[in-house]
Design a protein around this ligand. Structure first.
Ligand code: ADP
Length: 474
């Protein structure tokens, strides 16, 4: 068992109190990490603040070169990082290694994009004046990340922040902090100067409060629950920080009468069961046109029945454990509620024998109605509720009937129908005949209570920049 330290101002530091990290597949304690409070949180900001002038003064190419060093080290060690991730988070090893590559794509993409932070010269209102508009790094950035993507949620924030010339203080989720520590160990090896990235673990509420109250922190980028996102936004108001929030989702997955059902099943398998259903863009409500429901459910049941559930380190496993007991209980509660209201379990929803961990087999429900909890609340687990619809107008209305607006999916081979539904959905990301739309160069983010701002692409770097206008009198 390793006792990890946290990384502040280029030093690996510890605290007296410790937090245990548990493997959700075996329930073994695999490591301990420091339990920081307000004092350490403030010290991390001291470090990031002190490092800011030097980092900001580097050229974009210099920062890009250091980011590319980091990228190469991560790429060389992706198997080891994947193994750490599977052990703390549960996802199958191949999926964990896939996440490391995905996470790393944000570093290489922004290493390049940092070179394209263009300003503008605008025609002035008078002949003896000139208007210059430039973009500057916003300053010290606080990044608070969740446990479901321990690598990608960190690099999606740190990549563009560093490329823009900002320095960062990061708090990974205490459930999965080891991947973040491993990544920052490689950042140090890559030559990223001390204080530019600081990573601490501890009392989340105390750290969040300290960072939000500190006027030197100019930006909060958060991924996690809507509840904590709203709290951080309120706390950030006092010092008027820039805010990016990636919060919950409740994705509709619409299979029309014109869908290619094989494509739709493949898309749903990726969208619903990746990371055992623990992603904010997971298909959560499956709307199938009544004319194709029987055939679709048959194909889906077959595919789900072939999934192998177990410890993610074992060869061939496709679904690992959930993150903790509360996550399993939430799925069970949604199942019980749906069954009590008339849903039928087509497959799954059971414990697996001989395993201590937080396992539940992937489930498919039919005869689902909109009053069931699984159609109202985000599941964050491997439960696929299938409901039917009759008309395009009806399905758009039902799909939009949610405070969330992150991802939505549409399967249709009829272009007019596909566009009508895609345009009708109040969602920030639409997977049109695509179950896995998230990539480094595209804007990821939600509408309504799913959040603010976008991560990825040229949109993602704007979140870390301020506009400065210089009016020059000649
Ligand atoms: P989840 O329900 O997925 O765990 P959370 O929003 O609770 O989502 O967690 C996401 C991140 O927010 C984690 O790093 C967690 O430690 C952190 N967090 C939780 N509560 C607070 C808080 N009060 N202030 C700041 N960060 C918090």
């Amino acid at each position: 068992m390793k006792s990890w330290r946290m990384y502040v101002n280029g030093e690996w530091v510890n605290t007296e109190e410790q937090i245990e990290v548990v493997n959700p597949a075996t329930l073994e304690v695999i490591a301990t990490v420091p339990k920081a409070g307000k004092k350490e949180a403030a010290e991390a900001v001291d470090a990031a603040s002190a490092a800011l002038p030097g980092w900001k003064a580097k050229t974009a190419a210099e920062r890009g070169a250091l980011l590319m060093n980091w990228f190469r080290l991560i790429d060389e060690q992706k198997e080891e990082i994947g193994r750490i991730m599977t052990t703390e988070q549960g996802k199958p090893l191949a999926e964990a290694i896939g996440e490391v590559s995905y996470a790393n794509s944000f570093i290489s993409w922004y290493a390049e994009e940092g070179k394209r932070i263009y300003g503008e010269m605008v025609p002035a209102a008078a002949s003896n004046k000139r208007i210059f508009v430039s973009k500057e790094p916003v300053g010290v950035v606080a990044a608070i990340t969740p446990w479901n993507f321990p690598a990608a949620m960190m690099t999606r924030k740190v990549g563009p922040a560093l490329a823009a010339g900002c320095t960062v203080v990061v708090k990974p989720a205490e459930l999965t902090p080891l991947t973040a520590f491993k990544l920052v160990e490689l950042a140090e090896e890559a030559g990223i100067p001390k204080g530019v990235i600081n990573v601490i673990t501890g009392d989340a509420a105390a750290i969040g409060e300290t960072w939000m109250a500190d006027s030197r922190v100019r930006k909060i980028s958060f991924t996690g629950s809507t509840k904590v996102g709203k709290l951080l936004m309120k706390q950030a108001a006092d010092t008027m920080k820039k805010v990016s929030l990636e919060l919950g989702g409740h994705a509709p997955f619409i299979v029309t009468e014109n869908a290619d059902l094989n494509k739709a099943v493949t898309g749903l398998m990726g969208s619903k069961y990746r990371n055992a259903g623990q992603t904010c863009v997971c298909a959560n409500r499956i709307f199938v046109h009544e004319s194709v429901e029987a055939e679709f459910v048959e194909k889906l049941k077959k595919a789900v029945g072939e999934l192998s559930v177990g410890n993610g380190l074992n060869e061939g496993v496709e679904i690992g454990p959930l993150i903790n007991e509360a996550a399993v209980q939430k799925v069970k509660n949604q199942l019980d509620d749906a069954i009590s209201k008339g849903a039928s379990v087509e497959i799954g929803g059971e414990a697996i024998s001989g395993e201590k961990g937080y396992f539940i087999t992937p489930a498919v429900l039919t005869n689902v109605t909109d009053d069931m909890t699984c159609m109202i609340e985000e599941t964050f687990g491997p439960l696929a509720p299938v409901t039917t619809y009759k008309t395009v107008e009806e399905v758009i209305k039902r799909a939009n009937n949610s405070p969330y607006g992150l991802a939505g999916y549409v399967y249709s081979e009829n272009i007019s129908e596909a566009i009508a539904i895609s345009e009708g959905l109040e969602y920030g990301i639409i997977g049109l005949n695509d179950g896995l739309p998230s990539v480094a160069q595209a804007p990821f983010g939600g509408m309504k209570e799913s959040g603010l701002g976008r991560e990825g692409g040229h949109w993602g770097i704007e979140e870390y920049l301020e506009v400065k206008y210089i009016s020059l009198g000649l």
